[in-house]
Design a protein around this ligand. Structure first.
Ligand code: ATP
Length: 366
């Protein structure tokens, strides 16, 4: 078993409070991604699990055993770093087998394991090379191989792909996902890249200022963000936030976006019944919540508007179109063949079933 249980964890660096009370349970075999802006404490949290950083308060359990005072090498975890941390004077084969030799494993067993892992990662032809003779992607594969070969209870990844170019990063991301599918070992992965978080995670832990802001499946965080911070962090292009206030006509709630004359009607139950008329809110619309209006009329919970297109950003298959709604701007996602031209006014359909509404003062979702 290699579940991880973190309770009441704090980490201070002198007066600086980097991790401010984390409670987190990670199931055996789960792929958890710690994500958040620079400085939010995600690497520090990972390093405390690895034992590379002591803790100020709280407990960390691995497989049911408290490891607070256990040395890193006794925790049976393997960590893959951003800078690969390979030994420059050793060949790929010796780099991968290093940890096993240190544990005095018989040479034939080491050879077998290194061979199998190299095969898995497609680096068998590189076994005789030195790190300086490898590309960035190949080096990262070797670093991952060195972690896998130890067959640890838990893998910890600290931004392993951030030194790679975009194409290689996509490729390696797929390989890490496949690796998890193949070996089903618990993995905890730190990144500030929301795409890595969305594509790799069974569960995302989104951190802010040393605390957990929200955790859940990628779909949960994406579809039901608890705050403006979460909504703005995930998704590209970003969610648009339109200031306005709550209205009620014949008992039906709506949002009057600043600068517009008619409120956008909200589907029943979309905001709590007790929300007062006039409450200042931000309506959160993702690009995919706004599409080209269909001929046959708007669906349930959607509203049709006419809006001038201000900026078009084609991506090939789709085009992101910035349009004006009242005093604010939002982005619509159009199919490539649907697009008008900048300056033109077109019919758009806003799906308010999926939109988010945030209290403008607390920045929490209503
Ligand atoms: P990044 O994505 O930039 O790596 P992060 O979320 O991983 O950010 P951490 O590296 O965990 O952030 O750092 C959290 C905070 O703790 C930062 O403000 C950092 O400056 C501080 N910090 C980290 N290590 C130390 C240290 N050894 N001494 C003092 N402060 C530290």
């Amino acid at each position: 078993m290699a579940d991880v249980k973190i309770s009441g964890l704090h980490k201070r660096f002198g007066p600086f409070h980097a991790v401010q009370g984390i409670d987190l349970e990670i199931a055996d075999g789960e792929f958890t991604v710690l994500v958040g802006p620079s400085g939010c404490g995600k690497s520090t949290l990972l390093r405390t699990i690895a034992g590379l950083e002591g803790i100020s308060e709280g407990t960390i359990e691995i497989g049911g055993e408290v490891v607070n005072d256990m040395r890193p090498r006794d925790r049976d975890v393997a960590m893959v770093f951003q800078d690969y941390a390979l030994y420059p004077h050793l060949t790929v084969e010796r780099n991968i087998g290093f940890g096993l030799r240190a544990r005095k494993m018989p040479a034939d067993e080491i050879g077998r394991r290194v061979g199998r892992v190299a095969g898995m990662l497609g680096i068998t032809p590189l076994l005789g090379r030195y790190p300086r003779q490898l590309s960035g992607g190949q080096r990262q594969r070797v670093a991952i191989g060195r972690a896998i070969v130890r067959e640890p209870q838990i893998f910890l990844f600290d931004e392993p792909l951030s030194n790679l170019d975009a194409q290689l990063r996509d490729e390696m991301r797929g390989e890490i996902k496949r690796l998890h599918q193949d070996i089903a070992t618990t993995m905890i992965y730190v990144t500030h890249d929301q795409i890595e978080a969305m594509t790799l995670a069974d569960r995302i832990v989104l951190m802010r200022d040393g605390r957990i802001e929200q955790m859940g499946s990628p779909a949960e965080l994406f579809e039901r963000p608890v705050s403006l911070f979460v909504a703005g962090f995930l998704g590209s292009p970003r969610m648009s936030f339109l200031p306005g206030s709550v209205t009620r006509v014949d008992g039906k709630a709506g949002i009057l976006v600043d600068g517009r004359e008619t409120p956008l009607p909200l589907p029943a139950g979309r905001i709590p019944d007790a929300t007062e008329v006039g409450t200042r809110v931000l309506l959160g619309l993702r690009p995919e919540h706004v599409v080209r209006a269909r001929e046959e009329g708007a669906g349930l919970g959607t509203v049709r508007i006419e809006a001038p297109l201000e900026l078009l950003q084609p991506t090939g298959s789709r085009t992101f179109a910035t349009f004006r709604l009242g005093d604010a701007q939002a982005v619509a996602e159009l199919q490539a063949h649907d697009v008008g031209s900048a300056g033109e006014t077109i019919g758009l359909e806003i799906n308010l079933n999926r939109a988010s509404v945030f209290d403008a003062q607390t920045e929490r979702a209503l």
